[in-house]
Design a protein around this ligand. Structure first.
Ligand code: PGA
Length: 264
């Protein structure tokens, strides 16, 4: 596991902005976001809808912002109407891709198995996966949470362990409890701390070449981020609604203490 100087802010826009709205937003705010990323050692990844990706590649040129997709197919190619393959994402210039999001599982029937099939497709195409895991309901004890997370993680760890050839070894693992997504609710900092420590331990047997970036997602705002600010295993956030408005997004990013002498 690697000590990260950079903190990650992944903006999952879902289907909240149309093509034209997304384009206007990024044109207007990319300079400010790029400045924030430099000043706060922030790794900012914007995940707009599929149709916006090509446009965003052009807009994000000469910025320090990265581009992510919100999903990819679990097949490399073939007769799968409306699906988008990982190879095309790589060809268009996408560096990140979210997989296993709650909404994909809940509304579109994605399973742990299909998520595990996406993982090597992304890695072989040199795309950093942002894997979402999290318990579905609020559980009484962390022991129960670990059991549920273990079921989700086991097939992914098998994929990573079996892979000895793929060069791409950076993985974002986003702990996103379903009950916290879009609800305004969130885990207590001490509980999140235990879960992140557990996740870090769980990934320990992996080849040390893997760089596992632990994220939290679910109703992240500046107020919640303030509570999590000093959690040692936390490397960043996966942010939904608070990433849609610059002011809210900016507040979260500019919260972090930084070692950048320019803004001390
Ligand atoms: P939220 O969404 O921040 O609006 O809860 C997070 C996500 O769905 O990734």
């Amino acid at each position: 596991m690697i000590d990260h100087e950079y903190f990650y802010y992944i903006a999952n826009w879902k289907m909240n902005k149309s093509y034209l709205e997304a384009w206007a937003w990024i044109r207007e705010h990319k300079k400010r976001l790029s400045d924030l990323s430099r000043d706060y050692f922030a790794h900012i990844v914007i995940c707009p809808s599929f149709v916006s990706l090509g446009r965003f590649v052009e807009e994000l040129q000469d910025t320090s912002l990265s581009l992510g997709a919100q999903n990819c197919s679990d097949h490399p190619a073939g007769a799968y109407t409306s699906e988008v393959d990982a190879r095309s994402l790589q060809e268009i210039g996408c560096n990140y891709c979210i997989i296993g999001h709650k909404e994909r599982q809940l509304y579109y029937g994605e399973t742990t198995e299909s998520i595990a099939r996406k993982l090597p497709l992304l890695l072989t195409n040199n795309i950093t996966p942002i894997i979402c895991i999290g318990e579905k309901k609020q559980l009484k004890s962390t022991a129960h949470i670990y059991l549920e997370l273990e079921q989700q993680l086991a097939p992914l760890i098998t994929v990573l362990t079996e892979n000895t050839v793929i060069e791409q070894k950076k993985i974002c693992l986003a702990y996103e409890p379903w009950w916290a997504v879009g609800s305004g609710d969130y885990p207590k900092p001490e509980v999140l701390q235990d879960i992140l420590a557990w996740l870090s331990d769980y990934c320990m047997p992996l080849d040390p070449a893997y760089e596992i970036i632990l994220l939290y997602g679910g109703s992240v705002t500046d107020i919640i981020a303030q509570k999590y600010d000093s959690l040692p295993f936390l490397n960043g956030y996966l942010i939904g609604s608070a990433s849609l408005e610059l002011q809210k997004f900016e507040k979260i990013i500019s919260l972090r203490r930084t070692s950048n002498p320019r803004i001390l």
